[in-house]
Each structure stands twice: as C-alpha cells, then as structure tokens.
Design a protein around this ligand. Sequence first.
Ligand SMILES: [Zn+2]
Length: 348
Amino acid sequence: MSSSARNFIRRLPKAELHVHLEGSVTPELLLELGRKYSSEYAQLSLQEIRTRLFQYENFSAFLNTYRVVCEHLREPADYLMVLEHLLHGFQEQNIRYAEVIYTPSIAWKMGRDGKAILMQLLDRCTRFHPTSAISIHWILDCVRQWGREAADKTAHLAEEFRGRGVKAIGLGGDENSLPLEGYRETFAWARAHGLFCHVHAGETGGPEQVWGAIHVLGANRIGHGFQAARDAGLMEYLREHALGLDICLTSNIKTRAWGLLSSHPFQLLYRRGVPVTLNTDDPGLFETSLPQEYEKAAQLGLQRSDLARIALQSVQSAFLAHPEKTALMQQFQDEIYQLGKEDAETLG
Ligand SMILES: [Zn+2]
C-alpha cells in the first residue's frame, strides 16, 4: 500500500462501533497486570506472552485468552488502565466517536463489583469528552451461554445508566450455545426502556442466527453478521431496513471464523448495498487498529471513495439520537470533502 493511501486512511475521520473493553488488553498490558497480581504470566517475556496467548489455533483458543485476560481485570483501576490505553489509541487513530462494549457479567462471575467498574468508566469518559473531540458511548453486553438471570441484571444496569453514556444492551459470547428465544423478554424490556439492541450473530453461526437476532431480539445492529452473505434474501432485508453489520476483518481471520482475507464476504456485502462498517472487535487481543482495518479493506479492492463512504456509514449506523447524528455526519462530511480536495491538489 502506498504511503499516500495510508496517509489518507489515517486522516479520514473515523467511528469505531464494535470494540470490547476487555478485548483491548494488549500483551504489554497483560504483562503489567500479571506482574501486579504475581500471576503465572509475570515471569514470561512479552514474546512468550504473544506466542502462548495471542495466537489462536481456533475459536476456543481465542475464548481461552479472553478468559485469562478477564481474570487479570480485578478492580476498577485495572479497567481504567485499559480504557486509558484505548482512549489514547482513539486520539492517535483519528477516531471521533466510539461505542465501547463492556460486559458486567464477566466481572460479576469473578466476584467483582460490575456496577462500580461501570461508574468509574463512565466518569472517566465524562472527564475525557470536554477536553477532546471524541465522544464515547457504551454497550453493556450479556453473555449468551450464561442465561437469562445475568442478562436481566445487565439490562437493568444499562437502563439505570441510560442517558449517562450507556446507549444499548448487547448479546455476545458463543452463538452456538443457548437459543436466542431465552433472551426475547430481556431484549423487549430493554427496547421498551429506550435502549438500542446490539447482537453478535452470523460470526460462527449461520444466517439463521442473524434472522433470529432481528426477529426474536429486535436487533438494531449486528455484530459481525458476515455469514449473511450466504443468504441473498437476508442481504436484501438488511439493505432495505438499513440494518448495519459491524465487520471486523482481522478478528475473523485471527479467530479462524473465516479462512482467508482475500475471500472474505465483506466485498460482496458492500457491493450489495448492505450497510457495513469496519471495526477492530478486540484490538488488544488481535493487535490491530481501526486504520489497519481500513487498510485491509483497501487490500480487498476498496477505493478511497469507498472507504470514505464506510466512515460515513459508521456514523449512520451509530446508536445516536437524530440531532447528534446529524451534527456528527456534517462534521465527517466537511472533513472528507476537505480531504478529497487536498488529495486532488496533491495528485493534480
Ligand atoms: Zn465482538
């Protein structure tokens, strides 16, 4: 890739709609936490941590690393350290808006105070926002294999902090575990209380999982969903109803949810008019960044105008109220217009 293309991507205003806080732990951060808690990883070198934990033979190896990382997040200060790293990355990557996913039930399962952690995260973002041009919102995720009770508790926590930075309830975890039907009432309750609904589906499961996310849970946006490319009717439905898919290219390759980048269905979905966006998913665990995701899309044949369109789509797909969305869209459009003009002057 040319340095001018890389520069264009870096300067493009971007929004990140799918990034897990827990998945933002890098090998460096894990080593730091390992030393803090004298865990078995404290004695390893960074390279050993990378080789043993941050390369995945299959999806369950990835889930295992996720568990190891979460075991090291023991108090609010640990979560804040990860958030700090994430916020710094947003500034470096020219990310103007982000929806960060936090999973309180992981904290609860490990005997930690999931609500106290959330309160500190929200407080940090409130202090961050006035001093930067970046706005952060939160999605509180339920874990599909952990059942209804934890999901209800998550929904109530999301509702308590709605309007204070929390925008949505989500469903993540293993989509081949419990049926979606068991979460119907939880999500209906959340929708009735003004929360958006975000559902991981069509990553390791088939198109029927995406249909279920829409019809059973009333999803407003789908995490991954690339398996929709196997169902022409579903692609048409997503396009017609402006239902966005958060595409995470590096994630899909590294977890082996998809084989080769060159044959990833992203291109097909984009060409069919499905509202797709580019995201990192777990930037620490996959050692990626949002500009790197845009570079991968460029490798798949997308031109600068396509990448700009995807940046705008990420504003369109955001869980924002109409006036906020319009203002952010205007800002993105102005900057992209300026970027295009400078590009034309350089080339011409
Ligand atoms: Zn995810």
